[in-house]
Design a protein around this ligand. Structure first.
Ligand code: NAD
Length: 479
């Protein structure tokens, strides 16, 4: 995928109604390699015409797809999962090229996780109770209709699979509008859907900007469900438009998650895991633990441990298997992250490692130094707003009450961590947190557990049974 401007591929087509066809809208979007700043490809900037064609195709397919049995849906969904499993190298190479994720991480997470998530929906679909008896009623769980799926760039294939696969499993046709920065893995996904043999119109892809294609899709009267992942600011607009159309809406938005280390915990392990968590994917993870909360008596020890762990993260070429941290996705994102670092220092934070300068020897590419900020207080901008880059803020707390108050003291509530001497103590503390997910003493990510936010981190849940149910509506028959 390493092409320069003259040799980049110019795609002019969208995947609509079971085939690749020329875009009906004017304009194109360049896709850059964030490590080289070169143009990898251009994709069509779809707008109202492509969206209208895609939604019309989905609407035509809706009744037929809704009427299929679970076995009829399992056939193409299984082939899609197998297609994802068989293309992991190509998926990883595409995500390395358009997102800048290090190849090891791209292979394990960007390519590996979608296979696991798709597989989890095959198992769920095989025995989900689409009918249940409640008293004198039989309650049917029916598909909720035409789905608009709008996804961001940070986990570009995972976020597509986490919406499209449960929607298709539920019996809903989908129109996908992926992020402008990472449309190539979305095109690869559309190719795999095509090869899996779904009926025409059940899945459609429209690449384009949020302002044009995204707005047209959310406002389209024939869309029944909007499943959006992205920023809280855009999520608010999406929810307003969806609300006017009485469309169901699911929002997976931003986060400012806290990792709380209680006295008695394994401090070194808690800090090391936090560093790996916050620097993974160059910090572009909505659920990242961007605030490390440590008791004031252990504060300097924790800061020193964090600095030591951070030394292992040297920015470099994401295609090199030794690289742990690549660039951020775009020049805009790099400037945003650097702005947060400069702003935090101006507000009184202490720079432990990193900073706003470009890493030495990496003048080309959208690189940011992995950065740790100490002496951060919860009223600082860097403790309140989502940075979406490799930046960790370390905060001190006085006692458990204060720790809970700090952890809950942002507009967000997506994820978090608690470390304690034992699981029971960690679980008791986790119950006090206003957040959708909490990992206790380094508990592993579970692709079957509901994922989503409290407060301004969103509405609804993705993954597992809860994710499937976002695409179902209920009909009660009394007899
Ligand atoms: P973004 O909100 O700018 O864009 C997300 C998607 O929405 C893109 O496809 C974009 O084209 C589209 N969009 C933009 N404006 C639109 C509009 N007016 N109407 C319809 N669609 C529109 O976000 P981003 O910068 O691409 O992604 C980063 C953000 O996403 C971060 O805030 C991050 O926390 C959040 N995120 C959340 C989760 C989660 O599951 N909670 C996961 C990943 C990312």
């Amino acid at each position: 995928m390493q092409q320069d401007a003259e040799h980049s591929t110019q795609y002019g087509d969208q995947y609509i109604d079971g085939e690749w066809r020329p875009s009906l809208d004017a304009g194109s979007i360049p896709v850059l390699n964030p490590a080289t700043e070169q143009v990898l490809a251009t994709v069509p900037a779809g707008g109202t015409a492509d969206v209208a064609a895609a939604v019309a195709a989905a609407r035509r397919a809706a009744r037929g797809w809704a009427a299929t049995s679970r076995e009829e849906r399992l056939g193409p969904l299984t082939r899609l999962r197998d297609g994802l499993a068989g293309c992991q190298e190509e998926i990883a190479a595409t995500v390395v090229a358009e997102l800048g994720a290090p190849v090891g991480f791209a292979t394990a997470v960007h390519a590996g996780l979608p296979v696991a998530v798709a597989g989890s929906y095959l198992a769920l679909l095989a025995d989900y109770p689409f009918e249940e008896r409640i008293g004198n009623s039989v309650v049917l769980a029916e598909p909720a209709g035409v789905v608009a799926a709008i996804t961001p760039w940070n986990y570009p294939l995972h976020q597509i699979v986490a919406k499209v696969v449960p929607a298709l499993a539920a019996g809903c046709p989908v129109v996908l509008k992926p992020a402008e920065d990472t449309p190539l893995v979305a095109r690869l996904f559309a190719r795999l859907v095509d090869e899996a043999g779904f009926p025409a119109g059940v899945f459609n892809l429209v690449t384009g900007t949020g302002a044009a294609a995204g707005t047209a899709l959310v406002g389209h009267p024939e869309v029944d469900v909007v499943s959006f992942t992205g920023s809280t600011a855009v999520g608010r607009t999406v929810a307003e438009t969806a609300g006017r159309g009485i469309k169901r809406v699911a929002l997976e938005l931003g986060g400012k998650s806290a990792n709380v280390v209680l006295p008695g915990a394994d401090l070194a392990r808690a800090v090391n895991v936090n560093i790996a968590n916050v620097f993974a994917n160059s910090g572009q993870t909505c659920s990242a633990w961007t605030r490390l909360l440590v008791h004031q008596d252990q504060y300097e020890e924790a800061v020193a441990l964090a600095a030591k762990a951070a030394a292992k993260y040297v920015p470099g070429d994401p295609a090199d298997p030794r690289t742990r941290i690549g660039p951020v996705v775009s020049a805009r994102q790099r400037e945003r992250v650097r702005g947060y670092i400069t702003g935090a220092l101006a507000e009184g934070a202490r720079l432990v490692v990193g900073g706003a300068d470009a890493p030495a020897g990496l003048e080309t590419g959208f690189y940011v130094l992995p950065t740790i900020l100490a002496d951060v207080t919860n009223d600082m901008t860097v403790a309140q707003e989502e940075v979406f880059g490799p930046v960790l803020a370390v905060l001190a707390y006085r006692d458990e009450e204060h720790a809970a108050e700090l952890a809950n003291g942002t507009e967000y509530g997506l994820a978090g961590g608690v470390w304690a001497a034992d699981t029971a103590t960690a679980a008791a503390f986790a119950r006090r947190l206003d957040t959708g997910q909490v990992d206790l003493n380094g508990g592993r990510f579970n692709p079957l557990a509901p994922f989503g936010g409290y407060k301004n981190s969103g509405l609804g849940r993705e993954l597992g049974r809860h994710g499937l149910e976002e695409f179902l509506q209920h009909k009660s028959l009394q007899y």
